[in-house]
Structure formats: structure tokens, C-alpha cells
Write a protein that binds this ligand. Structure first.
Ligand code: NG1
Ligand code: ZN
Length: 537
């Protein structure tokens, strides 16, 4: 049987031959590079996904997207059966297979089948989704060709245009036999709509909370999904949906990454818009809020602020409901120092720091009964342990415990499988409604320390290695000492550097008492990185 697969792969690979030399690795978010370099990678990812499905005897997800990257990029990542990121050993394997010359491909696949004892009689099942990029349909076809090369009769559920979090949801629902929800896009939409409506109740205004907002769809899939969802939320949320797609360019001057990195409003939002705005990224897994105050000053509420809003509210509800569940938060080194301070000193909530990449955060969050995790860039969610789910649902069903009932509502509105901008947005709106808060009240929970992100292009970004959840540099030698010296010149100065997992750059983060100082600190550290990674050291 393996030899049959080998000949089918040789045949099918002719249409997806590897014509590019560039080495492409499976990074933090899968394979990601210029779309026109990816055809052979997609075909091979199709092969890998079918084999992985046979091996774990469950459905595997494949999502074609390059998230917040520009339109000309694309990428792909695999989703394991419980909705989690691909197992690390298979990331290595996927990288190896993606980079093999054509003539070595079938031979390697046969040896993989043998060494991993993959049972070929198990039918492979793959769930495929893609974002709105022009390059996505053809790349999706390449994935499907790869799946079929392994097994003509593979079960392929091609959902077309979906957000990354919907793809994760579909994988979880399919493998869970429907206990998490119905494995369709409509199932996802109605789960969220019903949960949100239950949380809001009959009166969608409360205190200073007004149910009007702008959603910036980043000209991507978030706009498509929001449109579907908002139909079900008429009379509950009043949304002005902007940046809906072509002729608007994906992620161009809009979307969560643009707002976070540029620290400014997206295209089509003005300082007199009179309401809050929620920016999604190109595949709708990141969320950033912003607004202008009465004086016309811009304010941004990032992943840290969202995490603190969730943590504070859940903490409150736990106290009110008298449920004994352990709440914790997970952040990365990019979290603003003030947010960590607020969590640990004001809320008394423990905070774990992990390296960048949601798989690390997700995993660490599972150590708590209720684990709130967010990257500062707006990617995150809340996970609930089985014990938490049961305790909350039992208490909610008694009828008299209103706080437990509210917590039970959040169990349904939150997509715990992965960071989900739309589900997070509904959770934020439900909390603001519950508290009767204006966005300014939320913003004033704590004051962010001014900060800035820089990128440095170097010959080999992997010269930089780190430790202590990426907070300290190990190599190149002398760089950490330089960073320490520079940072010590600035009040509240903090800076760290790490190689990006998705771009060919070293990232520099800097934080200090004023924006001017944060910028200066970052620039000095960036110069030190450039110098020590120039290849002459
Ligand atoms: P890299 O390129 O490794 O910094 C970026 C984000 C991550 C994560 C991934 C996946 C920052 C500083 N980094 O990773 O947090 O979201 O993309 O998309 O935001
Ligand atoms: Zn994204």
C-alpha cells in the first residue's frame, strides 16, 4: 500500500514541483512567506495532514492564512485534534518534508509511514479553511491535491473562507462528537449569538454602556464573519462595520496589528467618530480596541487591557458566586509592565510568563481552573478546566446564584479553543455592559507604560538566542550587558530582544516612563543588536 502512495505522490507532485531554493521553516504560526513561493509547501502540507490524521485517528485542521501580514504573503498551519497547535515533533517533520527536493519526497513519505507505524487502513480526515487572500484558493487546491495523493478517498471538509478561530472550533467540534458545538459555521455563529444575547438580557444599555461601536474588519475574513454574526445580533449591538474588503487592501493601514504597532487609528476612523472601535486582524484572531477622548486624544486598549478586564470581572464573579476556583493569567515579555503589576498587586491574581507563541500561553493557562491568556498584540482567550466547567454549571443550575449564571454565560461566549477576535469582542462588550462602563472606565483601570516595538534586519536572526521566557539574551555574547546598561539610563526602562518566529528580523521591545524615552531606549538597543549581529563578531 505504501508503494502505491509513493507512485501517486510522484505523479501528483508533478503539478506542484519544488522550483524555489529558499528554505522555508515551520515557525510560530506555521509556514509563512511570499505566496508565490508556497505551492509545493502547500502540497506537502496536504500530504503531512493526511498522514497525521491517519496516525492520530482523528480529524486534522489546515488553515491557509498569513494573518496580519500583507496581501502578497500567505501561509499555512496545521491544527491537532483538540484544536491545539501541531505537536512539535511534527513541526520538525513538516519542515523537513517541505524542503526536500522533489525526487526525495515519495521515498521519505514511505519511510515515515514505516517508522511511525501509520495505519494506512484508517481513512484520513482533514478540515480545510482559508482566508480572503487572492492567493488562497489556488494554495488551498494544492493542499487538497496533497491530501488526495495520500488517499484519493480522504474525507475532506473544505469550509472555504473562515477565520482561523472558526477552523480551530470546527476541528474541536468534529472530534468531540458535537459536545463543544455543532461543527459548522452556522453552528459557531448561533452558539456565540445565543450566548451573547443571554448575557445581555432584555436591556442592552446599562449605566454608561452604549451598545454602539465600530468594527474594523481589516479588509479580511473578520468582516465576512462579523456580517453573518451581526444579523443575529440586531437590536442587541449597533455596529458600524468598516474596512470590509476589496477594493480595500487586506491589513493595509487597518486591522489590529496596524493599530497596535503604529499606535494610531485605522483607515476610516476619525477622531470625531464618537464611539469605540474594535480592530480585528486579517484572519480574525487578534483584537485591539481604541477610542478618542473628549479632547480628541487617541487611546488604545490592547491584549493586556483585554486580559485584565476579563480577569478582573471573572475574579469578581468568583467572589460573588462563592465558587472556589483558581484564577490565573498568562502573559509574555511583551506584556506592559503596568498590566502585570495591576494583576499581581491589585487583583492578587498570579501571572505566568511564557515565551512568545500562543501554544505556550495556552498550555500554561491550563494549569489554572480559569486561565486568562493574552499576547499584548490582542491574541488570546480564556480556558476553563473540566472542574471549573462542572462547578460553574452546577452552581448556575440552582437558580439563585446570579454570578454563577453570568459565569456560565461566559463559558459559551468564549471560544476556548484558541484566541478569537470576534468571541473576545463579545466577551468584552458583555463585561462593559455588566459593569455599566464607558470604554474610558476600562482604559483607566491602569495606565500603560509608554512602549515601542522595533525590527532589526540582520544577516542571521538566529544568532540571537534567549532564556528566561525570552527576557534575557544568551548570545551574542555581550549583548545582554549592553541592554542592561542602556536600560538602566531610563526611568522604568525595560527592553528585550528576540528573533521573530514569523519574519526574518530581530524584534526589539522597549518600555520607559515617557514615549520619548521608550523610543530612545529602543533605538539604542536596536543599534546594539545591529552591531553585535553584524557577522563581524
Ligand atoms: P513573532 O514574529 O515571532 O514575533 C508574532 C507575534 C507573536 C505571535 C506570532 C504569530 C509579536 C511581538 N509577535 O510572532 O506574538 O502572535 O506572530 O502570529 O506580536
Ligand atoms: Zn491573526
Amino acid at each position: 500500500m505504501a508503494s502505491k502512495i509513493a507512485s501517486r505522490i510522484v505523479e501528483a507532485a508533478k503539478a506542484h514541483s519544488k522550483t524555489v531554493e529558499k528554505y522555508i521553516g515551520y515557525g510560530t504560526a506555521g509556514f509563512r512567506t511570499k505566496a508565490d513561493l508556497l505551492d509545493h509547501v502547500m502540497f506537502r502540507v496536504g500530504i503531512v495532514s493526511a498522514l497525521r490524521s491517519k496516525m492520530v485517528k482523528a480529524s486534522i485542521g489546515v488553515m491557509i492564512t498569513a494573518s496580519h501580514n500583507p496581501e502578497e504573503d500567505n501561509g499555512v498551519k496545521l491544527v491537532d485534534p483538540h484544536g491545539e497547535m501541531l505537536e512539535p515533533a511534527w513541526e520538525v517533520l513538516a519542515t523537513e518534508i517541505a524542503n526536500l527536493p522533489d525526487e526525495k519526497l515519495s521515498e521519505r513519505i514511505v519511510s515515515l509511514i514505516e517508522t511511525s507505524k501509520i495505519d494506512l487502513s484508517t481513512r484520513s480526515s482533514v478540515i480545510v479553511g482559508r482566508d480572503t487572500r487572492q492567493s488562497s484558493p489556488a494554495l488551498c487546491q494544492a493542499v487538497i491535491d496533497g491530501i488526495k495523493a495520500v488517499e484519493e478517498d480522504s474525507e475532506i471538509a473544505n469550509f472555504g473562507i473562515v477565520s482561523t478561530p472558526i477552523l480551530h472550533y470546527l476541528v474541536v467540534c468534529t472530534n468531540g462528537g458535537g459536545t463543544y458545538g455543532e461543527p459548522t459555521v452556522d453552528g459557531y455563529v448561533s452558539k456565540l449569538v445565543n450566548a451573547f444575547r443571554t448575557l445581555i438580557g432584555d436591556d442592552n444599555k446599562r449605566g454608561k454602556y452604549e451598545p454602539s461601536l465600530i468594527i474594523d474588519g481589516a479588509n479580511g475574513v473578520g468582516a465576512v464573519i462579523s456580517e453573518k454574526l451581526l444579523k443575529g445580533l440586531e437590536n442587541t449591538l449597533n455596529v458600524n462595520l468598516i474596512n470590509l474588503g476589496p477594493p480595500g487592501i487586506l491589513n493595509y493601514d487597518c486591522g489590529a496589528d496596524y493599530v497596535k504597532v503604529q499606535q494610531r487609528e485605522p483607515l476610516n476612523v476619525t477622531s470625531n467618530c464618537g464611539t469605540r472601535c474594535a480592530s480585528l486582524d486579517g484572519d480574525a484572531d487578534r483584537l485591539i480596541y481604541l477610542y478618542f477622548d473628549d479632547a480628541g486624544k487617541f487611546h488604545m486598549l490592547d491584549g493586556d487591557k483585554i486580559a485584565l478586564l476579563l480577569a478582573e470581572h471573572f475574579n469578581d464573579l468568583l467572589k460573588k458566586s462563592q465558587l472556589n476556583l483558581k484564577l490565573g493569567m498568562v502573559q509574555t515579555a511583551y506584556a506592559n509592565g503596568s498590566s502585570t503589576n495591576y494583576a499581581t498587586k491589585v487583583l492578587n491574581v498570579p501571572v505566568t510568563c511564557t515565551p512568545t507563541g500562543v501554544k505556550f500561553l495556552h498550555h500554561a493557562a491550563q494549569e489554572f481552573d480559569i486561565g486568562v491568556y493574552f499576547e499584548a498584540n490582542g491574541h488570546g482567550t480564556t480556558v476553563f478546566s473540566d472542574n471549573a466547567i462542572k462547578t460553574i454549571q452546577d452552581a448556575a443550575s440552582t437558580g439563585s446564584n446570579a454570578a454563577a449564571k453570568e459565569l456560565a454565560g461566559f463559558l459559551n461566549v468564549i471560544n476556548s479553543t484558541v484566541g478569537d477576535a470576534i468571541s473576545d469582542l463579545l466577551a468584552v462588550e458583555a463585561i462593559l455592559h455588566s459593569k455599566g462602563w464607558h470604554i474610558q472606565d476600562w482604559d483607566e483601570m491602569y495606565q500603560d507604560l509608554p512602549n515601542r516595538l522595533f525590527k532589526v534586519s540582520v544577516a542571521d536572526r538566529n544568532l540571537v538566542t534567549t532564556t528566561d521566557a525570552e527576557r534575557r539574551v544568551v548570545t551574542p555574547e555581550g549583548l545582554q550587558e549592553r541592554i542592561d546598561n542602556i536600560a538602566s539610563k531610563f526611568k522604568d526602562g525595560r527592553s528585550f530582544v528576540r528573533p521573530s518566529g514569523t519574519e526574518d528580523v530581530v524584534r526589539v521591545y522597549a518600555e520607559a516612563d515617557t514615549q520619548e524615552n521608550a523610543d530612545k531606549l529602543g533605538k539604542e538597543v536596536a543599534a546594539a543588536v545591529g552591531e553585535l549581529c553584524s557577522g563581524n563578531n
